[in-house]
Design a protein around this ligand. Structure first.
Ligand code: SAH
Length: 258
């Protein structure tokens, strides 16, 4: 394609690449990848197999070795040349994706962008567990959180305080700190509470470790899982009997079923 510095900047697309299985990207994300001239992805997080959707032999950049300034100027320059830029994020871009600092820089530069959602690893993990995160009679709330790492977590959101609600909690970025995870969760959940750790949900080597608050630390230690894993805790992921939902209750009518 001829490049012209005076043309309208093209829209930069931030695309959720999903949890790993290349088929778990959205149709829209796949289409944008097929058509992309420039792709930027975080090599440490996004699965490279997703790049197999590219068809135009795009210029591919691994952002693992770039700082924010370099990533942003690459996107801005390419967009101003009218090139189709895809910035791949793992899972869904709205969770722990360092998205905002990139979009703000594009806004400042007057470069248009769009965001395509993706399947979060939280949902791929629920699928691996074959469990519903919201269960009638148990909980109607899901919390997404993490332990503090280099990014601080506000004091009011300490895992120990969140545990007080008894909701389902999906804990990102924390499997290397199981000691602390279990200690904090024990502030609110009894020891028999089900906990599952899903390593690389949707990958070929996906691994599920199931236990309780009392034994999950030891089981995860034995499994050797140290990263790329989701921790899900709460009664909803357990095996107990299930209360029927009102939605399919024969005695309950709604707009579509009288
Ligand atoms: N935006 C991503 C999360 C990025 S933070 C999403 O929506 O999934 C990176 C963390 O996500 C990892 O530390 C891990 O906790 C989790 N994660 C990412 N991919 C995963 C996968 N395939 N299986 C389990 N957990 C995963």
């Amino acid at each position: 394609m001829p490049e012209d510095n005076n043309r309208e900047p093209s829209r930069v697309w931030f695309v959720g690449s999903g949890p790993g299985d290349p088929e778990l990207i959205t149709v829209k994300g796949m289409r944008l990848l097929r058509d992309a001239d420039v792709v930027i992805y975080a090599g440490s997080l996004v699965r490279e197999k997703v790049l197999e959707w590219c068809e135009k032999g795009p210029e591919v950049h691994n952002s693992a070795s770039m700082d924010l300034g370099a990533i942003v100027s690459l996107m801005i320059d390419a967009s101003r040349k009218g090139r189709k830029v895809v910035r791949l994020h793992t899972g869904d871009p709205s969770l722990y994706g360092a998205l905002r600092e990139q979009t703000e820089a594009l806004e400042k530069a007057g470069v248009p962008y769009g965001i395509v959602p993706g399947v979060s690893s939280a949902f791929a993990s629920a699928a691996a567990l074959k469990r519903e995160l919201t269960l009638p009679g148990v909980t109607q709330t899901v919390v997404f959180t993490r332990l503090e790492g280099r990014t601080p977590v506000p004091e009011k959101e300490r895992l120990g305080s969140l545990a007080a609600h008894g909701a389902t909690i999906c804990i990102f970025l924390s499997v290397s700190m199981m000691d602390e995870v279990v200690r904090e969760l024990s502030c609110g959940y009894p020891p028999e509470t089900p906990v599952a750790v899903v390593y690389r949900a949707s990958w070929e080597d996906e691994l599920v470790v199931k236990g309780t608050l009392a034994d999950i630390k030891e089981k995860v230690g034995e499994s050797g899982i140290k990263r790329q894993a989701m921790i899900i805790v709460g009664k909803a992921i357990g095996d107990g009997p299930v209360e029927q939902s009102r939605l399919y209750d024969p005695g309950f009518s709604h707009g579509f079923r009288k």
